[in-house]
Design a protein around this ligand. Structure first.
Ligand SMILES: Cc1ncc(COP(=O)(O)O)c(C=O)c1O
Length: 369
C-alpha cells in the first residue's frame, strides 16, 4: 500500500467537529446578525482571555491585523520599522502599505529575529520592532523588549504562526504594545477561511482599531482616519469558537508529532536549537540539511509533500528588493531549511513513513522511538 503525506489536509473529517461547526453556522443563519454579530465579541473575549490580554479586536486576516495595528500607532510617512527578513511577505507589506520603511535585520540559528542585529539599524526615524515568532517559536523577547525600552520603540509582535507558543510561560502576543494573530484556514487555530485579531492591553488602541477595521469610522459615525473594511466575519468567529474548544488537543498532537521527529531524526538532520525559555507551538516542523533540494525531490517522489518557508526572503522579493539590507545568516539558514508534514492530521503511520523516508535518503535508519 502506498502512503501519501500531504503537508496540510484542510478537510474536516472528524464528524463531531463537523457537526459543531455546522451548528455554529446555523445559529448565525438563524439570528441573521451577519455583520459584527454577537459571536464576534464573544470570540474576541475568549481569545483575549486565552492569550492573557485585555482586548482582542477581530479582523479579516493576519495581514489586516498587522496593517491596522501599525496604522493605529500613528507613525509618520517614511518612519522605519525593523523586522526580520524571514517571514511571509505580509509582514513587510503591512509596513510598506502604511507608507513606512521596512528595515531588515538578520535572523539567528533559531530562525527568529536576531536581537544582536537590531541596534545597528536604529536611526532617528525608527519607531518600532516587529519580531515574527517563526513557525511557532517565540523570539527572544527578553532581549527584544530590552532594546525597545532602551530606545523608546514600540514592539508589534507578529504572532501569525505562533498561536500557543510561549516565552517564559507567557503567550506570544503579550509582550509588545500589540500582538497580531492570523487565524486563516492553515493556521493552528484556524477559521474556515480568513481571519485575524489584534491583542492589546491598551483600551485606546483597541478603540482605535475598532474604528480602523471599518473604514476609520469612529463612534460618532464619522471617518477619523483613512482605512478600509477589515472586519472579522460573524460566521468565522462562530466557527473559531468551535476551533478554540479543541485547540489544546490540536497543540498536543502537533507537539507529539514534533517530539517523535526530534527523537527519530536526531543525528540524521539538524533542527533549529531549542531552549527551556520557550515552548514551541509547531505551526510547522523545520529540519536543516545542506542537501535540502535533493531531499525535497526525494520526498516528493515518495508521496511526501514538504515546503520551504518562505522563499524568497522578504528583502529579495521584487517589490522590496530596492531596500538595502544585509542578512547573511538568513540566506544561509533558508538554504538549509525544509518543513515536513507535522500537522495534527498526520497519523502515526504517516509520521513513521516520513522519518523512514528521510532516513532512507541519508542511508540511515531512524532512531527507534
Ligand atoms: C508570519 C506571518 N505574518 C502574517 C501573515 C498573514 O496572515 P494572513 O494570511 O491571515 O493574512 C502570515 C500568514 O501566513 C504569516 O505567516
Amino acid at each position: 500500500m502506498s502512503i501519501t503525506v500531504p503537508f496540510l489536509d484542510l478537510r474536516v473529517a472528524d464528524q463531531a467537529e463537523r457537526q459543531d461547526l455546522l451548528a455554529a453556522v446555523d445559529t448565525v443563519l438563524q439570528h441573521g446578525r451577519i455583520v459584527l454579530g454577537p459571536e464576534v465579541a464573544q470570540f474576541e473575549a475568549r481569545l483575549a482571555s486565552r492569550i492573557g490580554r485585555g482586548h482582542a479586536v477581530g479582523v479579516n486576516s493576519g495581514t489586516d491585523a498587522l496593517v491596522l495595528a501599525i496604522r493605529a500607532m500613528g507613525y509618520a510617512s517614511g518612519d522605519e520599522i525593523i523586522t526580520t527578513p524571514l517571514s511571509f511577505i505580509a509582514t513587510a507589506n503591512a509596513i510598506a502599505i502604511n507608507g513606512l520603511e521596512p528595515v531588515f535585520a538578520d535572523i539567528g540559528e533559531d530562525l527568529c529575529l536576531d536581537p544582536s542585529s537590531i541596534e545597528a539599524l536604529i536611526t532617528p526615524r525608527t519607531r518600532a520592532i516587529i519580531p515574527v515568532h517563526w513557525a511557532g517559536r517565540a523570539c527572544d523577547m527578553d532581549a527584544i523588549m530590552a532594546i525597545a525600552n532602551r530606545h523608546g520603540l514600540d514592539v508589534i509582535e507578529d504572532c501569525a504562526q505562533a498561536f500557543g507558543a510561549t516565552f517564559r510561560g507567557r503567550s506570544v502576543g503579550t509582550f509588545g504594545r500589540v500582538g497580531c494573530f492570523s487565524m486563516n484556514c492553515m493556521k493552528t487555530l484556524a477559521s474556515l477561511g480568513e481571519a485575524g485579531a489584534v491583542l492589546t492591553d491598551d483600551e485606546n488602541v483597541a478603540k482605535h482599531l475598532r474604528a480602523l477595521r471599518y473604514n476609520g469610522l469612529g463612534e460618532a459615525g464619522t471617518c477619523i482616519q483613512v482605512s478600509h473594511n477589515g472586519r472579522l466575519d460573524t460566521v468565522q468567529a462562530a466557527m473559531l469558537m468551535v476551533r478554540l474548544d479543541r485547540i489544546d488537543s490540536v497543540l498536543a498532537r502537533r507537539n507529539a508529532v514534533a517530539s517523535f521527529y526530534d527523537r527519530a531524526l536526531a543525528g540524521i538532520v539538524g533542527t533549529p536549537p531549542r531552549d527551556e525559555l520557550r515552548a514551541d507551538a509547531f505551526y510547522t516542523y523545520t529540519i536543516l540539511t545542506p542537501r535540502r533540494d535533493e531531499l525535497q525531490a526525494f520526498l516528493a517522489e515518495r508521496g511526501i509533500e514538504s515546503r520551504v518557508q518562505h522563499l524568497p526572503l522578504m528583502p529579495e522579493q521584487p517589490a522590496h528588493a530596492h531596500r538595502k539590507a544585509a542578512f547573511p545568516n538568513a540566506r544561509r539558514m533558508l538554504s538549509l531549511s525544509l518543513c515536513i508534514p507535522a500537522s495534527e492530521k498526520v497519523d502515526d503511520q504517516q509520521m513513521h513513513y516520513v522519518a523512514a523516508t528521510i532516513g532512507e535518503f541519508f542511508g540511515r535508519r531512524p532512531n527507534a522511538v
